[in-house]
Ligand binder design. Structure first.
Ligand code: AMP
Ligand code: MG
Length: 302
């Protein structure tokens, strides 16, 4: 009997050493995008199921288009909405959680795209309709990481439609490597390395857009004009321990443009960033851990 028990324990140990802790992977469509969930741990399957549920719950709560969502039926008393208003203030209005009517009049909700008139845009800006599309995925990424902690999984990487959420350490404390997309498609421009739990979020003019008369109209809006932001940037990637921060700032820094965004980073301590400009140059803040490409480093003090 003892020998039998000994064999079982040895098998379990060997299994652990050989990395037999199960891995579960699933593709989910939520928040209008394709998501890829990969979890490692003894009960990875349960974790993936719970994460999937969490994604759908948050999609329903914060939908800008569902008239019955919490976002559309509450009066900015929810913590996420208050946090969004604070972020608007912190970014000098570059992040604006009330651009819903503007998104609507460009056709981004119905996918029947059109170029609105100036007076339509002025009217839409004044309506201040809630839209948390710039933060819900990132915020949900951190909620997922909190759940994974409770579920005691070993590690996970969640691709929430371009928002990457890592959880836990890889074996041998290897960093997670996250490719930064080339705005023109094709290979990755470079790779960002993060250790442990982090959010890596990219906002880019190639993610959601339509073209009319040779002009590209994308989904990141300059709140001053209601027009797609033309700041000289093609994409901004933000790395933070917090998903809400990473997501909100990727959008806001895109609107600010490189110079203002660099100054904003110099006065902050809760994120790092990588910028790709319209002329194809790459800039990275000094803690961004970027590799695999040539880039200029943005430092704290010049
Ligand atoms: P992201 O892809 O995270 O940069 O977020 C873009 C989404 O956030 C858009 O699809 C809109 O729903 C919303 N949005 C657009 N412009 C802004 C802005 N300046 N501030 C906050 N949210 C915005
Ligand atoms: Mg964002």
């Amino acid at each position: 009997m003892k020998r039998f028990l000994y064999i079982i324990i040895m098998c379990a140990l060997l299994c652990q050493l050989a990395g037999c802790a199960t891995q579960s992977r699933q593709t989910v469509f939520a928040m209008d995008t394709v998501m890829d969930l990969q979890v490692w741990g003894a009960d990875a399957e349960t974790a993936v199921a719970q994460i999937t549920e969490l994604l759908h719950t948050n999609e329903d709560l914060w939908s800008a288009t569902d008239p019955d969502s919490l976002l559309n039926t509450t009066d900015k008393t929810e913590a996420l909405m208050l946090r969004a208003l604070e972020m608007s203030e912190r970014t000098g209005g570059a992040f604006d959680p009330q651009l819903g009517a503007v998104m609507e009049c460009w056709g981004f909700y119905s996918k029947e795209y059109r170029v609105p008139t100036e007076s339509e845009l002025a009217d839409a800006l004044a309506r201040k309709k809630w839209d948390l599309g710039a933060v819900v995925k990132g915020n949900t990424g951190t909620l997922c990481a909190d759940s994974l902690e409770l579920l005691r999984v070993d590690r996970a990487i969640l691709n929430l439609g371009g928002n990457i959420q890592t959880y836990g350490e890889k074996p041998g404390a290897e960093p997670w490597s996250i490719g930064i997309q080339n705005p023109d498609g094709g290979d990755y421009v470079g790779v960002v390395s993060v250790t442990g739990t982090a959010s890596v979020v990219t906002s880019g003019d190639y993610q959601r857009y339509f073209e009319k008369d040779g002009v590209r109209y994308h989904h990141i809006i300059d709140p001053k004009t209601g027009m797609p932001a033309r700041s000289g940037l093609r994409s901004v990637t933000v790395i933070s321990r917090d998903g809400f921060t990473a997501d909100a700032l990727s959008t806001a820094l895109f609107v600010m443009g490189l110079e203002d965004a660099a100054a904003f980073w110099q006065n902050s301590n809760d994120f790092e960033a990588v910028f790709i400009t319209e002329d194809g140059k790459v800039y990275a803040t000094e803690g961004a851990n970027l590799s695999g490409c040539e880039f200029e480093v943005i430092r704290r003090e010049n």
